[in-house]
Design a protein around this ligand. Structure first.
Ligand code: BYC
Length: 327
């Protein structure tokens, strides 16, 4: 049933007024009216994004104790901590839509909620820390800068700080690869091998091609997404194809070629079978990632309990002192 507002000028449905706000680039805030489907799409996307940040800590966390120097270790530790922070801002942004954080985490642990395909690949060498920073965070920046202009206020605002931090992440990754590329032949080979393994999975991070993207059309109308998956993917390839020249290394795509007419790089076919296989949970590390997250959650139960007990005690003391009951 169509709902109409009871005001004199109520010639437009709530849905039409909502879309008019979006068209005029007016942000939607948590207490504003919004269609259920808009709320659901945001909960899905922000939830998946938050999970990606938290699961994304694992492949790099794997190298913290094996970083080649104290400086590298401190930088990597800071980056992984940043990702925990990103997850927390994003869970908080999703909570403004009325979803419970524990429920989101349960969905991650049960396999119902998705997270980015990229984090289901193993990190087998130190150079992978460079490739993740350069390629994965590079892809993340291109995808996430437009989200700073997303129609939903809390998501857009959370993305501003996240993007600043991602930019540092990408630079540190590039610098790791540059150092290796200018090092011994073995180090150079290690950097090249890492790029060979991470390049295509990073290209896939942008999601299915536009023709197969179920949510893009609606999400773009709602300005949750500002560019399509393929548009962002093309920008990524154009950027990386130039930056790899500075490294003096190559990308594993024999079809990569500058197209003068299009003003873009042409690139080879994407292995969508590999992508969907990973999304469905059958990648090299899917099971391990979820198991690790579940264990971390269970092991952290005492911290959550202690924090809650402390909050209750603090509130009780305040009431005893002031006689005022907190809302
Ligand atoms: N992996 O209709 P589509 C980071 C799913 S964090 C897995 O195009 P949408 C970082 C999609 O969910 C990186 N699944 O969807 C962290 C949908 O399935 P459902 C994460 C994928 O939402 C730590 C179906 O395929 N970034 O960078 O319009 C360290 C159809 O797709 C993937 C974000 O989350 C994938 N790659 O567009 C370092 C950014 N792609 O839900 C780095 C925010 C698609 O219908 N998210 N699917 O079952 C987005 O921008 C969009 O959600 C996407 C997908 C572009 C990813």
């Amino acid at each position: 049933m169509e709902i109409r507002e009871k005001t004199p000028a109520a010639t437009h449905s709530l849905e039409e007024q909502f879309q008019a706000k979006i068209d005029a680039d007016i942000r939607i805030e948590p207490k504003d009216w919004m269609p259920d489907a808009y709320r659901k799409t945001l909960i899905r996307q922000i939830g998946q994004h938050a999970h990606s940040e938290i699961v994304g800590m694992l492949p790099e966390g794997n190298w913290i104790t094996r970083a080649p120097s104290l400086k590298r270790k401190a930088i990597l530790l800071a980056k992984v901590q940043d990702e925990a922070g990103h997850g927390l801002y994003l869970y908080a942004a999703a909570e403004t839509l009325g979803v419970d954080r524990d429920e989101m985490i349960r969905e991650l642990h049960s396999g119902k909620a998705k997270y980015s395909s990229i984090f289901n690949y193993p990190t087998i060498s130190w150079a992978d820390m460079g490739a993740i920073g350069w390629l994965v965070d590079g892809a993340a920046i291109l995808n996430q800068i437009p989200i700073c202009r997303c129609s939903y206020g809390p998501y857009a605002r959370a993305m501003v700080r996240i993007c600043k931090e991602e930019s540092f992440h990408q630079r540190q990754g590039f610098e790791i690869l540059l150092t290796l590329a200018n090092g011994s032949p073995e180090q150079r080979a290690m950097a090249q091998d890492s790029i060979n393994r991470w390049y295509w999975p990073a290209v896939m991070m942008f999601g299915p091609s536009d023709a197969d993207s179920t949510h893009s059309e609606q999400s773009m109308k709602w300005k949750i997404k500002r560019f399509s998956n393929d548009e962002l993917r093309q920008r990524f390839v154009d950027m990386i194809a130039e930056q790899v020249k500075v490294l003096g290394l190559t990308l594993p795509d024999p079809d990569l070629k500058w197209n003068e007419e299009r003003g873009h790089y042409d690139f080879g076919p994407i292995d969508w079978e590999e992508f969907w296989n990973i999304v469905k949970g059958n990648g090299p590390c899917n099971k391990q990632r979820i198991q690790t997250r579940r264990k971390a959650y269970d092991d952290g139960a005492w911290v959550r309990e202690a924090a809650l007990a402390y909050a209750v005690k603090k509130r009780r003391r305040e009431v005893e002192k002031t006689g005022v009951q907190a809302a």
